[in-house]
Structures are given as structure tokens and as C-alpha cells.
Design a protein. Sequence first.
Length: 238
Amino acid sequence: MSILVLQKIGLTPGEAKVYLALVKNGEQTKSTLSSNANVSSSKVYEIAEKLIKKGLAASIIKNNKKYYSGSKPEELNKFIERKEEALRQEKEIVKNIIPKLKSTKETKKTIIQVFEGWDGYETTISEGFASIPNKGTIKGIGVEMPRIDKLHQYHKARRAKNLKQELIFPEKKMSKTKYKDNDRRYIAGISKIGLGIFPDRVIIQTLGKEPISIVIQNSDVVDSFKQIHAVLWEKAKK
């Protein structure tokens, strides 16, 4: 067996040399082992002790002298089994910690973006739709859309993902076209700006001649607006 083979199963070059010397020559003192393994005497003790901890060597005191011996070659199987068990445990730890790490990242990550114009409006809507799973629900506050083409475009994209929406409007002024899965309620004068609540972001929009869209990606902000919407939704009139 070569040193390189032992390195492939996890031994250091020094450990491989010492282990081979022990297997080949049997019981040895530190000085003899140092010579047979071609490892400095200052290092051989440390390496031998590491092999003992790995179950690949043993030591005994005779006539006040310490002797080292190598374990049976079959112990290499147990060495590998112990490594496999340790790896299994590490995998389990990683499996359990990944969701926590992702949750921490999502909670602390905050992105705020400002978009201008109708191109900016379309970008925010497109990215908002991409963030929500099919058959999800968009919640928020609605305002009158000044451009019917943009309104049709919005609902076409929404229906493509089978998204429902629950919007609170400031007045009972129905749009020119009714759309499926478009639940509306009303609170007089609630807002002059639009608000969309998505799973990972809140979109605030003014839809005047030059629209302005503000996107806030922060889990605390999203959760807060969801709670506000839930309270207002119960108070709103159908």
C-alpha cells in the first residue's frame, strides 16, 4: 500500500508514513519509528497520537518506555465508517441550518428602488408578478388607471398566472371592463396612490401623467402591510 492511497482516504502524508512504518515493523519506540517512517522525532509523537485517536494505532508502556504499534489493516474499514457517520451528521446539520440561514438573509435584506414613467411601471408589475406563485393573491389598495391599455395589459398578465386580487378602492367607481377574480371593496377616500402587496415586496405607485413606482423588498414591511390590509379589508364595504 502506498502513501498516496492512504492520503486518498484522509490521512496526511506524515500519518500515512507513520502508519505504514507501524504496520510493516510492528512495535517501535518513538526514535525507531521516527527512523523507519522518515519523520522527524519532533513530529512523530504528535502524528502517532493522532493515529491513535483515529483508531489506527495503539501505544503501550514497557520498562518505562513508550512503544507504538499499528492497528490491524481491517481497522481502515472502521476508520472509513466513522468518517461516513461524521459526514452524515454534518449533512444533517447543514440540512437543518439552511432554512434558518435563508430566513435570516430574507429578513435582513432590504432593497428600495424607484422607477419613473410607464416603462418603470411595467417593470415593477412584471417583477411583482414573477415573485408570486401561480394561483396566488395580490392584496393592496387600488386607484383608477388613466390608461385602459395598461389596465388590460395588467389583467392579462395577472390572469396568465391565475392570480386573484383583493383591492380596496377609495370609491365605487367601476372600471370600464370587469375582470375575473378581481375582488373589490371600498373605503371612501382611503388613498390617492396604489399599493400592491406581494410575497417579497410592496409596490407603491402614483399613476399620473408620469407614474412613479417605489418598490420595497423587506419582510417586515411586507408583513406589516399584510396586517394593515387584513384589518382594512374587514372594515371595507363590498
